[in-house]
Design a protein around this ligand. Structure first.
Ligand code: GYE
Length: 330
């Protein structure tokens, strides 16, 4: 193909692409939720962290299905655990002139510039699941999410009770700089500080994924220090499940030789508890779609909303696992 023909066919594609884009903008819902929203539907841009865990997948499903149910035009993007991708998406939502921007920030810091741009464009921002650290609170309208510090305390309290306040602990930390990793560590350490014989002797990130949790723990198990460890605290179930695999491969019994406590309470964690391999999981509820869109709709209507909305959750052990497994939605 000569250069001229190449150019003209490229132009045809470009124009066709542009037309499809314009049509897509009119046809609300085509960009994510797939719902049959009408032209005057509420347009919400949502930047999700990624698909790093079963928790996250359930959270995405809850958000997308709720948007569809309400006929909301959801512009959904997946950042693959990268802050730069989230910032790009938020800028694109601003350029599209969406009604509300919502996102789940992968880390706590570094959001001020893009949040200021959203504010200047008069687009309200609703934080979902994870919080940000900003010097000016007016950069977002409201935040809905779990109390991660309390989740860390709950995990530590269970471990203290189960061991008579005596444990040599290894810790698998979530994504460095993320709200749940920072807060869960804080809450857990606050409780074990009350017990002289409960100490963390090893702590490393598994980035909230099963693969990285397994790799990190596998490497640790080869060290002499690992022989003294009696318990593992993992900041989420996926990392705990990866570590359980590593413990088994090292010829030890997870749940007995090394007690395992984690956070999320996904279905796979209940299965691991019924197998005796996981001892306890603290609930972190990802099904926040309904509460999130209640908030977003209020914000869009200019109604007052609380600055902080909490999600309710519990703690589950091997005793309740079999009974609750069937009814577990995620
Ligand atoms: O615990 C973990 C996920 O932010 C609460 O992120 C969420 C955490 C959750 O990857 O599994």
């Amino acid at each position: 193909m000569n250069a001229c023909r190449w150019l003209s066919s490229t132009l045809v594609f470009a124009v066709a692409g542009l037309l499809a884009l314009v049509a897509g903008c009119d046809n609300a819902g085509s960009s994510g939720s797939g719902g049959g929203a009408s032209g005057d539907a509420l347009v919400v841009g949502f930047s999700q962290i990624g698909a790093e865990s079963d928790w996250r997948k359930a959270n995405t499903e809850s958000i997308q299905s709720e948007a569809k149910k309400r006929g909301i035009d959801l512009r959904f993007s997946d950042a693959q655990q990268k802050q730069e991708n989230q910032i790009k998406s938020i800028r694109s939502f601003i350029a599209q002139g969406v009604d509300v921007i919502s996102f789940s920030p992968v880390v706590e810091t570094g959001w001020e510039p893009v949040l200021r741009e959203a504010k200047a464009a008069e687009i309200p921002v609703v934080l979902s699941d994870r919080a940000v650290e900003v010097s000016d609170d007016s950069l977002y309208v409201t935040f809905i999410g779990s109390d991660f510090v309390e989740e860390g305390r709950r995990a530590a309290r269970w471990l203290a009770d189960a061991t008579g306040n005596k444990a040599v602990i290894a810790e698998l930390v979530g994504t460095p700089g993320s709200a749940p990793a920072i807060d869960r560590k804080t809450g857990f350490e606050e409780v074990i500080a009350e017990h002289a014989d409960m100490n963390i002797v090893w702590s490393q990130s598994g980035n909230f994924t099963r693969t990285e949790g397994k790799e990190a723990f596998q490497a640790f198990l080869k060290s002499p220090q690992a022989q003294e460890v009696t318990a593992l605290f993992a900041h989420n179930d996926d990392m705990a499940l990866g570590a359980i695999q590593a413990i088994k491969e090292a010829g030890k019994k997870p749940g007995e030789d090394i007690l395992v406590v984690s956070i999320d309470a996904v279905k796979q964690a209940f299965i691991a508890m019924t197998n005796g391999e996981l001892n306890c999981t603290v609930e972190c509820n990802p099904m926040i779609g309904e509460q999130l869109f209640d908030l977003i709709e209020k914000v869009a209507a200019g109604e007052d909303v609380p600055k902080r909305v909490a999600v309710e959750e519990g703690v589950f052990t091997q005793e309740d696992a079999a009974e609750l497994l069937e009814s577990r939605a995620y």
